[in-house]
Design a protein around this ligand. Structure first.
Ligand SMILES: [Zn+2]
Length: 95
C-alpha cells in the first residue's frame, strides 16, 4: 500500500477511535519507546513484533490508567488526529 494511502487509513481509524473514546483525544505527557513484544497495537490491532519499535503511552481517565501501544506509524497518525481534535475543539470554543 502506498504510504499516503496507509497514512490516510490510519488517521481515519484514529479519528474514529478518538470519537468512540477508545483512544485519548490528547497526547499524554509521558510516552516510552522500545522493542515490540507481540502485543496488539491500540490503533490497527496488528501485533507489534520484536523487529518493530513500540510506542507506549499512558492515559488517565478518572481513577483508571490505561496503557496504549502503537507502531511507529500508528503513533504518528494518532498524534496528528489528537492535534486535529484539539484544533477543532479550540476553534469551537472561540465562536
Ligand atoms: Zn499499529
Amino acid at each position: 500500500m502506498p504510504l499516503k494511502a496507509l497514512e490516510n487509513e490510519l488517521r481515519l481509524l484514529a479519528r474514529n477511535r478518538i470519537q468512540e473514546g477508545r483512544l485519548p483525544s490528547s497526547v499524554p505527557a509521558r510516552a516510552w519507546a522500545g522493542r515490540g513484544n507481540d502485543a496488539p497495537c491500540s490503533l490497527c490491532d496488528k501485533l507489534i513484533g520484536k523487529e518493530d519499535i513500540e510506542y507506549e503511552v499512558e492515559s488517565v481517565a478518572g481513577e483508571s490508567t490505561r496503557i496504549h501501544r502503537f507502531h511507529f506509524l500508528c503513533h504518528a497518525a494518532w498524534q496528528l488526529e489528537c492535534a486535529r481534535h484539539e484544533h477543532l475543539s479550540g476553534a469551537g470554543r472561540k465562536r
